[in-house]
Design a protein around this ligand. Structure first.
Ligand SMILES: [Zn+2]
Ligand SMILES: [Zn+2]
Length: 289
């Protein structure tokens, strides 16, 4: 089985460039933003842009199932009702639309912050936001939604939603799994207290996810090592194998048979220590062939 492995790539100069950028560094999976992640406003994608993207992806060896869009950073889907919350819902609707136009089946979202109003309120708001966005998309009378919204676990920063598997389960219990799936981020898990640095820690986590959420529900793995300590709640990604999770934990994870079908995306830094190609190569090297 070919490992689906890649990184977050740039869309600079047009979204179809992402396919070239992914191919250039040997990705067999990749992630993009469909717009600048730190701005609310964006231009609509033209049919010309979406057609070129689909054509390039279709002509590449990359399976469209291994491509994922990440939501921009500004929206907060579990915020109390406010102008910012309403804006967040409209960005989500927009991103669902853009994914459908691009033929990308996965949209990763952060679950947001309840901003002091408590996790129960935050989860309610999140569920409402997701449901409203999907309704709004369907209301636009476009093609039937083919995009799954992937809920990404958080590192457990103050007021954040979704750092614990049990809490994720309670969210999925309300949303159901038809339009939703899971994106697990290894750095966030480690920061939230799940010790992935050992083989027994990795198996315990996989069993935990399996019994609460089902492994089939995991659609994407964000493979990131952690600069912060176990349980630190710090969202600090680091090069694969060089952080606190370390080579041993990473080796166990990427060789875990029950997860071998899941595309792996890295969101690691590019600096004097390593670039994306180096991290891809590192993961390929620790794979048992
Ligand atoms: Zn993310
Ligand atoms: Zn992160």
């Amino acid at each position: 089985m070919v490992l689906k492995l890649g990184v977050h790539v740039s869309i600079s100069g047009g979204i179809s460039n992402s396919v070239d950028n992914a191919m250039k560094i040997g990705c067999t999976a990749f992630q993009v933003f469909t717009r600048s992640p730190r701005q609310w406003k964006t231009k609509e994608l033209t049919s010309h842009e979406t057609e070129i993207f689909k054509e390039k992806l279709g002509n590449s060896p990359i399976d469209p199932e291994s491509v994922v869009v990440h939501m921009p950073y500004l929206p907060n889907l579990s915020a109390p009702t406010s102008e910012m919350y309403e804006k967040s819902i409209s960005v989500l609707t927009d991103e669902i639309t853009r994914c459908n136009l691009l033929g990308i089946p996965h949209l990763v979202i952060h679950l947001g912050s309840h901003l002091g109003h408590g996790p129960k309120n935050g989860i309610n708001q999140l569920v409402k936001a997701c449901t409203k966005s999907l309704y709004a998309y369907n209301d636009l009378g476009q093609s039937r939604n083919k995009v799954k919204i992937l809920l990404e676990n958080s590192a457990g920063q103050k007021n954040s939603i979704g750092s614990q598997i049990g809490e994720m389960q309670s969210i999925f219990d309300i949303l159901g799994k038809k339009d939703y799936g899971l994106c697990i981020d290894t750095c966030h898990l480690f920061a939230a207290g799940y010790d992935l640095s050992t083989e027994s820690g990795v198996s315990a986590l996989v069993d935990n996810i399996d019994s609460h959420l089902g492994l089939a529900n995991i659609k994407i793995i964000h493979l990131n090592d952690s600069k912060g300590e176990l349980g630190s709640n710090l969202d600090r990604h680091y090069h694969i194998g060089l952080g606190k999770i370390g080579e041993n934990g990473i080796r166990c994870l990427v060789n875990y048979k029950k997860l071998s079908h899941v595309p792996i995306i890295m969101e690691t830094p590019i600096d004097s220590v390593r670039n994306d190609i180096d991290n891809i190569e590192f993961v390929r090297n620790v794979l048992c062939k």
